[in-house]
Design a protein around this ligand. Structure first.
Ligand code: UDP
Ligand code: MG
Length: 309
């Protein structure tokens, strides 16, 4: 059976799929491995499913899943990877931005013993300055805020060994930031550099709104730093409120109460405000723990065990 399955999420990619499959098939022919291709039609509204159907009729290696609606790339990828029951998998975009010709290099690293071989782009051809800047800012924020380092300038294009796939299959959290999950599972990971082409045809499905959502998802699913921030802001401002309260109280005791009621009113407001912020911080801390627990991630994966007999 298949030693290597190429998983291709496709959403409204009818325009490129023929070209894509031709290039992919040529690469797979030269690999000398038992290969399969699994297309995941992510609820496309165009002829994608029909094109996939004609590819399947011509190429016995190809198979396909059709999701019931558009669930987004992360879900489409998960669906595809869940159906790779044996052997390793390569994840690749359908739009030819990830060159299928790089697959032999990924395979070579896999043969050398790596579990996750990701393709890192050395240039972002066809992407504007703004997209580059925002992407750089995002990777920096991820590095600072979370314990999982997501490799820079790396898309989903990568090869996953069997045990990496098995590990990934155990991460069933609902908010799936795949790049983070790929990194989180650990094992031996390495990069292969390549030049990312501009999209061949069709349009990118990512607009800035969706990219922002993805970035927020990445940061919130791999870090509770924003919640922690609330705790610190709460602590800081209640400390300031307390100091200012002391000052108001001291002034009232020394100089009396010229504006009647002001000191007491101020003290009550400051005290309650401070207590509320602190309480919010405490709730935030517990919420953060609850959140980490609810992801139900395995605690670890063992790479190698040499136990006493
Ligand atoms: N994709 C998908 N579902 C979506 C959006 C995108 O399966 O809701 C697929 C798309 O068909 C392509 C890959 O994910 O194969 C990457 O999408 P796109 O090229 O739009 O992203 P970009 O290259 O701009 O990051
Ligand atoms: Mg693309």
């Amino acid at each position: 059976m298949a030693q290597l399955t190429v998983v291709v999420p496709a959403y409204n990619e009818a325009a490129v799929l023929e070209d894509f499959h031709a290039r992919l098939a040529a690469v797979l022919d030269g690999l000398g491995l038992d290969c399969a291709v699994l297309y995941v039609d992510d609820g496309s509204g165009d002829a994608t499913w029909a094109v996939i159907g004609s590819l399947l009729a011509r190429d016995a290696r190809a198979g396909a899943l059709r999701l019931s609606r558009n669930f987004g790339k992360e879900a489409a990828l998960t669906a595809g990877l869940d159906h790779v029951r044996e052997g390793a998998a390569v994840v690749i975009d359908a739009d030819l931005q990830d060159p299928p010709e790089l697959i032999p290099e990924l395979v070579a690293q896999w043969r050398a013993g790596y579990d996750v071989v990701y393709a890192t782009r050395s240039a972002r051809a066809g992407e504007g300055v703004f997209k580059r800047l925002t992407a750089a800012a995002f990777y920096r924020a991820m590095e600072k805020l979370s314990d999982t380092a997501v490799p820079r300038d790396t898309g989903d294009f990568r090869l996953l060994s069997r045990r990496a796939l098995d590990a990934l299959a155990q991460l069933r959290e609902r908010q799936r930031f795949m790049k983070g999950l790929f990194a989180w599972i650990g094992y031996r990971q390495t990069a292969v550099r390549y030049l990312r082409e501009p999209r061949q045809a069709g349009r990118s499905k990512w607009n800035y709104w969706r990219l922002t959502q993805l970035a927020i998802e990445g940061i919130t699913s791999f870090s509770t730093a924003p919640l922690r921030l609330a705790t610190w802001v709460g602590l800081g401002s209640s400390l300031l409120a307390f100091l200012y309260g002391l000052w108001v109280l001291g002034k009232a005791l020394l100089y009396g109460d010229p504006v009647r009621g002001y000191p007491t009113l101020m003290l009550v407001i400051l005290f309650l405000g401070g207590v509320q912020l602190l309480a919010l911080g405490v709730i935030g801390e517990y919420l953060g723990r609850n959140y980490a627990e609810s992801k139900r991630r395995p605690l670890y994966f063992v790479e190698e065990a040499r136990l006493p007999r």
